[in-house]
Design a protein around this ligand. Structure first.
Ligand SMILES: [Zn+2]
Length: 74
């Protein structure tokens, strides 16, 4: 009796194509994008005439991040 070309323990299972559940990911992607934009605003533009909050506490809190990302500061 002839032996099979591939031993039965090494039979390849059919590959299932990877599916990306866009409908499940989309709300989280939108949330992350909005959160990122808010953070980018507070780091990059929350000062002077564009300031939403009075005072300089937001500016001082994000000061190192502003310099790290190369936004103009002082
Ligand atoms: Zn600065």
């Amino acid at each position: 009796m002839a032996q099979p070309a591939v031993p039965s323990t090494q039979v390849q299972q059919p590959t299932v194509p990877l599916r990306v559940p866009v409908r499940e990911i989309l709300p989280w992607a939108v949330f992350a994008a909005v959160l990122g934009l808010v953070l980018l605003y507070f780091i990059g533009a929350e000062q002077g005439a564009t300031s939403v909050f009075s005072g300089t506490w937001v500016h001082e809190f994000t000061h190192d991040g502003r310099h790290l990302l190369g936004f103009p500061c002082h």
